[in-house]
Design a protein around this ligand. Structure first.
Ligand code: SF4
Length: 370
């Protein structure tokens, strides 16, 4: 569990098993919600209330985000990695992956291809390789990209607070770091070697970034590793903690599911689409002001539906291979992605689907500070 929580896994399981329909209805009727409301709304007793949850989530979402969906794209700048995450094909032991780190010129080429699609918000992603993706290098990349995009975020190895200060000064404002699992034992089983084996350093990532000035703090667990209700309870506790400690920043949720692939990692606790939707609706109701993104791992029909009720942000036209937008197009040798994409629509097709649902596409909702 999230270490600052005073309840154990057994406490959470026991509480959730005792939630009644009256408790769900009571949570739905409240104007302000706490951690126990989240537990009520993700409990099995909430299944018969799906329609009411959709309605309540849509109202909460509209209050803060209107009829808009903001869009972004990830830019993978490298896939060398010294970690050993059992579920990821970028892990250092995986020999089937062609490794590549883009040069600054290649990053510029990739970024220009993304920018040409209208995307104005970029998430820079890299594996953990301290020989290549140093703070200095990431800062150079930020300096290069900040003139091209209104907003830059990072999804790279956790850094120290000083490192985040340097990266913030270079132009990054958002940060995403999945805890993967809040269960310490399971975490060590899934991350047996490399710097990522340090559970506590990873857990403190958003706090260090928030103290360094980052204004968007992305949190998630990997759906499929541990029992999802326990993980969701920890994620909610983590979010409440960050909202207190980094009150000037905004928390962003993501709900990445491990998608089973032939011969790939078999997730021990798969999450189906009904539970994914229930969880996203519950988080939207309990955390109406927080950002929420929906992954390209999900199929188009689910993504188009969930941005009406819960998520306010989605990727469009994502490539999850370094060089996948322009540099390596047509070169199948390098076509090893970090995970399987379920939504392969072009950016224009994604924008058209958003508009067809009566929503507006938002490319930019703030100016870069610098
Ligand atoms: S999940 Fe991230 S840290 Fe782990 S092996 Fe993949 S790229 Fe490396």
């Amino acid at each position: 569990m999230f270490p600052h929580l005073k309840y154990s896994e057994d406490d959470v399981d026991g509480y959730i098993s005792r939630v009644t329909p009256e408790m769900v209805a009571n949570s739905l009727g409240k104007a302000r919600h706490d951690w126990f409301d989240l537990l009520n709304l993700i409990s099995p007793a909430a299944y018969p209330f799906m329609g009411a949850l959709r309605e309540a989530a849509q109202i909460a979402r509209r209050r803060y985000y209107g009829k808009t969906v903001s869009v972004y794209a990830p830019l993978y700048i490298g896939n060398t990695c010294i970690n050993s995450c059992r579920y990821c094909d970028f892990r250092r032991q995986h020999t089937g992956t062609v490794r590549r780190n883009l040069t600054l010129d290649e990053i510029r080429t990739e970024a220009a291809a993304v920018r040409a699609t209208g995307i104005d918000s970029l998430l820079v992603v890299a594996g953990e390789d301290p020989r290549v993706n140093t703070v200095t290098h990431l800062a150079e990349v930020g300096q290069l990209l900040k003139g091209m995009f209104s907003n830059l975020s990072l999804e790279v190895a956790p850094q120290t607070e000083d490192g985040y200060r340097e990266l913030f000064a270079a132009g990054y404002e958002g940060l995403t770091c999945f805890q993967e699992t809040y269960d310490r034992d399971l975490y060590h089983e899934m991350h047996p070697a490399g710097p990522k084996a340090d559970y506590d350093f990873r857990l403190g990532t958003q706090l260090r970034a928030g103290h360094a000035g980052f204004r968007l703090l992305g949190c998630a667990f990997l759906l499929g590793l541990g029992p999802w209700r326990r993980e969701a309870a920890s994620l909610a506790a983590h979010a409440f903690y960050l909202m207190r400690e980094c009150y000037e920043a905004k928390v962003q949720f993501a709900f990445p599911r491990i998608c089973r692939v032939e011969g790939g990692f078999v997730p021990p606790c798969e999450v189906d689409e009904r539970d994914l939707e229930l969880m996203m609706l519950a988080f939207r109701i309990v955390f109406p002001q927080c950002c929420m993104t929906v992954s390209t791992r999900e199929p188009p029909a689910f993504r188009d539906r969930i941005v009406l009720t819960a998520a306010d942000n989605m990727s469009a036209g994502s490539r999850v291979t370094p060089g996948g937008y322009a540099v390596l197009v047509g070169d199948r040798r390098h076509d090893v992605a970090q995970f399987t994409l379920s939504d392969s629509r072009t950016p224009d097709e994604v924008y058209a689907a958003i508009r067809a649902n009566g929503q507006e596409v938002v490319f930019k909702n703030w100016d870069n500070r610098i």
